[in-house]
Design a protein around this ligand. Structure first.
Ligand code: NDP
Ligand code: MG
Length: 383
């Protein structure tokens, strides 16, 4: 029985991870659950999975939770308790399913406690790829990708020599606005942005998918996971989301991973690796698949990819700045303070005005703080 910790258990990835556990009761057991503020769902999860420790990062939510009675589960609350939960007990693997920069410190804490990481929180690797990969190597910890594309690379690379990779072909659905012009995107609403054609995800990543910033974050994530150069990562738009990504090798062979679009598959593979076990994912029927199509991304309209390549190539703290500016811009868009296309302007203005420093933890925390302040200031003045 493998003991696991889920940070962000009430979210899209967290709830699907618990579904994976439900389907494999003799393989996986939940040692720790942690979330932010969704008291009702979290209380149900504690009752069903009976973890040793359950933590809510939000203090007010924790107060509400602590009024309920749970047998055999220690309850804790607050930001520090959430970070400490990452290192708690005998769990072998920590699934990082919280969203955004808030994932950085708990991930470092888990690595230092020598727990393997099932990494959904891609922002952590974007912000601190150098640091995280260095710590993981020093502590002998595995970083197992949950993001569907990186999970696909991981499967394609089993038993392969990493030096024989020509390039990583990173697939993208293209989001809800594929084929639209900048003019058509000027006045899109939050509701239109949140209607993703193939994946049902949390709000932040759904907005990122519409801007293609998500694919930008994934370029940086892939670079750190697989140690390739940026010019070895090519984004290919594939609207059906059946091919989850591909690897081209030096002999011209391309290995792809295909499956129905269902996050439970990469979550399960990361949690049970190196074992491959049955899953509830719908099987593909090649007699019924009409067509699989591929196209070049429109980087003039969807500028998210260009920023990622630029920030990633400069390196240091700049990917952290890029990520922080995007988090602020996405929040502002969801709150109706800026329009969809302004997300790009906020990122551009913030990144242009920021310098890159060596990516130490101290510099990263400062780069994140400074970028958020710059981005907020720009939004206040410009809109
Ligand atoms: P959701 O918004 O659905 O869930 C986020 C989870 O994190 C919730 O449990 C939430 O708690 C918790 N949380 C939010 N903020 C904090 C905080 N400050 N401190 C502690 N916990 C917090 O997000 P997703 O599940 O969609 O995404 C999670 C991560 O996985 C992201 O990094 C995303 O990029 C990545 N990912 C997601 C995919 C998907 O299909 N959804 C695919 C690939 C990657 P609560 O609800 O209790 O407030
Ligand atoms: Mg992805």
């Amino acid at each position: 029985m493998k003991k696991i910790t889920i940070l962000g258990s009430t979210g899209s990835i967290g709830t699907q991870a618990l579904d994976v556990v439900r389907n494999l009761p003799n393989e996986l057991s939940v040692e720790v659950l942690a979330a932010n503020s969704n008291v009702e769902l979290f209380a149900k999860q504690i009752k069903e999975f009976r973890p040793k420790l359950a933590v809510l990062a939000d203090e007010t939510a924790y107060k509400k939770l602590s009024k309920k009675k749970f047998r055999g589960t220690e309850i804790a609350g607050g930001r520090q308790a959430f970070i400490d939960a990452a290192a708690f007990g005998n769990s072998e693997i920590v699934l990082t399913a919280m969203s955004g920069f808030a994932g950085l410190e708990p991930t470092i804490k888990a690595i230092k406690a020598r727990k393997n990481i099932a990494l959904a929180n891609k922002e952590t690797l974007v912000v601190a790829g150098d640091l995280i990969t260095k710590y993981a190597e020093l502590c002998g910890v595995k970083i197992l990708p949950v993001d569907s594309e990186h999970g696909a690379f991981f499967q394609c690379l089993q038993g392969e020599d990493m030096r024989k990779i020509n390039k990583l072909l990173l697939t993208a659905s293209g989001g809800p606005f594929r084929g639209k012009t900048r003019d058509e995107l000027k006045n899109v609403t939050v509701k239109e942005v949140l209607a993703h054609p193939t994946w049902n995800m949390g709000k932040k990543i759904t907005v990122d998918s519409a801007t293609l910033v998500n694919k930008g974050l994934e370029i940086i994530e892939a670079k750190f996971l697989y140690g390739v150069d940026y010019d070895q990562i090519q984004v290919v738009v594939h609207p059906q989301s059946i091919v989850h990504s591909m690897v081209e090798f030096c002999d011209g062979s391309i290995i792809a991973q295909l499956a129905a679009p269902d996050m439970r598959l990469p979550i399960q593979y990361a949690l049970t690796y190196p074992r491959r076990l049955p899953s509830p994912v719908k099987l593909l029927n090649f007699w019924e698949l009409n067509s699989l199509t591929f196209e070049k991304p429109d980087t003039e309209t969807f500028r998210g990819l260009n920023y990622a390549y630029a920030a990633g190539t400069v390196g240091g703290t700049l990917p952290c700045t890029f990520n922080a500016a995007n988090e602020v811009a996405v929040n502002a868009f969801l709150q109706g303070r800026i329009k969809f296309l302004n997300i790009y302007d906020v990122i551009e203005e913030t990144v242009i005005r920021s310098d890159a420093f060596a990516p130490t933890l101290e510099n990263l925390l400062e780069a994140d703080r400074a970028a958020r302040a710059l981005a907020e200031k720009y939004i206040e003045l410009a809109y």
